[in-house]
Design a protein around this ligand. Structure first.
Ligand code: ADP
Ligand code: MG
Length: 316
């Protein structure tokens, strides 16, 4: 493996340098506490139909039913996993949650406020409360921007923020050296670029972190490090996590709850360990049976290794 190891004080190491931010001093926006057990995220009967271009001049426009009526709740502090094969609708669901696309039908609320179908400019509250880490850090980082500007970008228009101090804090939190701030994305390895993406996602101090296959594009040797970093940051900043993967073994390790998606529907939803150990739906059983082949995604770690606890970080 290459130069992708974190400094000793970084999350994932023995000493956590986090001030354990909780309560009003944490600087995190307080979400409305309805006191009614209202979930933080509430999704009801969500549908998304894509219309493809006509194949022939007067032919019908083929429809893709990417989401066929998806409903679930996510409580504050939950680690909610979404697992399913490629094409099952996971990224479509994430784009809708993040307000990057509008549903064909159905509703999404975050902290009691409507997310679905609003123009992006009215979704500032959403950007401040929910941030996404995408699969491909190269594709999601502007190559012409320095790291300090990338990390500060979600803070544009925010008042009363000491931006240089925030950038320093975040680079430290994701295990990058302070001088990373002046460099460009191409000067980093894939794993380091994903650390930059994570720092950017955390800069507006969101309460919800969404990660769409965050390690799938990375070298196997750094996947466990990035997963451990995410898990540590979710703890340290008391985040609610929505984590998408095609790999149930990874989701089980990172999440407490799993929704299994198949062909635009949730076919099974519940406790992550229960679903991994005793799947009820035939599709989930097939996914579980496939684990010995897809666990190669974690460089030969067995499901038992994963279940034992923290992933071992490879030493270079
Ligand atoms: N912009 C789009 N236009 C047309 N079809 C799309 C578009 N995005 C996704 N799809 C289709 O919707 C389905 C679900 O895709 P996606 O949400 O990306 O699944 P996943 O993330 O689980 O791989 C797939 O059949 C995909 O081809
Ligand atoms: Mg996807």
């Amino acid at each position: 493996m290459t130069s992708d190891h974190a400094p000793p004080s970084a999350p994932g190491g023995q000493e956590s340098h986090f001030p354990a931010p909780t309560g009003p001093e944490s600087g995190f926006p307080a979400l409305p506490d309805h006191g009614t057990g209202e979930p933080l995220i509430r999704v009801r009967d969500l549908q998304r139909i894509y219309r493809r271009p006509r194949a022939t001049l007067f032919g019908p426009r083929p429809e893709v039913h990417a989401l066929r009526g998806v409903s679930f709740d996510i409580a504050a502090g939950q680690r909610f996993g979404i697992v399913g094969e490629s094409g099952s609708g996971k990224s479509t669901l994430i784009r809708l949650l993040a307000g990057l696309d509008s549903p064909t039908a159905g509703t999404i609320t975050l902290g009691g406020r409507d997310v679905g179908g609003q123009p992006e400019r009215r979704l500032r509250f959403l950007r401040e409360q929910l941030q996404v880490v995408f699969q491909d850090p190269m594709g999601s980082l502007d190559p012409r921007m320095r790291v300090r500007d990338i990390v500060a970008e979600p803070l544009a228009g925010a008042t009363g923020v000491d931006v240089p101090a925030r950038v320093r804090e975040l680079l430290d939190a994701v295990g990058l050296p302070p001088d990373a701030a002046g460099r460009y994305p191409h000067q980093f390895s894939g794993g380091q670029r994903q650390r930059i993406s994570i720092a950017r996602a955390l800069s507006p101090r969101p309460s919800v972190l969404v990660a769409d296959e965050p390690v799938s594009a990375l070298d196997v040797s750094v996947r466990a490090q990035i997963l451990n970093l995410l898990a540590d940051l979710v703890d340290a900043y008391s985040l609610t996590l929505v984590f998408v993967s095609h790999d149930l073994a990874v989701v089980r390790h990172v999440c407490d709850t799993v929704a299994v998606m198949h062909d635009g529907e949730i076919v099974e939803l519940g406790d992550a360990a229960r679903i991994a150990d005793a799947p009820e739906h035939p599709y989930t059983r097939r996914l579980v049976a496939a684990v010995p082949t897809i666990r190669g995604a974690l460089a030969g770690r067995t499901a038992a290794d994963l279940a034992r606890g923290h992933l071992e970080v490879e030493k270079s």
